[in-house]
Design a protein around this ligand. Sequence first.
Ligand SMILES: [Zn+2]
Length: 82
Amino acid sequence: MDVAPTPDQEAAIRVAHAWFGRHSGWAPPDPDTLADWVAEGLARCPDECIAAFDGWCAHGLASWWLILRDLEAHPGGRRTLG
Ligand SMILES: [Zn+2]
């Protein structure tokens, strides 16, 4: 699978990371949970909204799947959680 996000996905990932900076109490899903979501074609976003697994919610936050895939693609890169 191509790991490069589309420009829209990239924007949603940036929105999510900005959201992380303004909120606390969130935690990434564990891999099994994430796999269940993707199997259904859905994923939660950091604000608990449901979105397409490779999409974003009504608030513009990328799904956890997009966020975690992006982090894996950029280990030790500019984006970190927390
Ligand atoms: Zn939302």
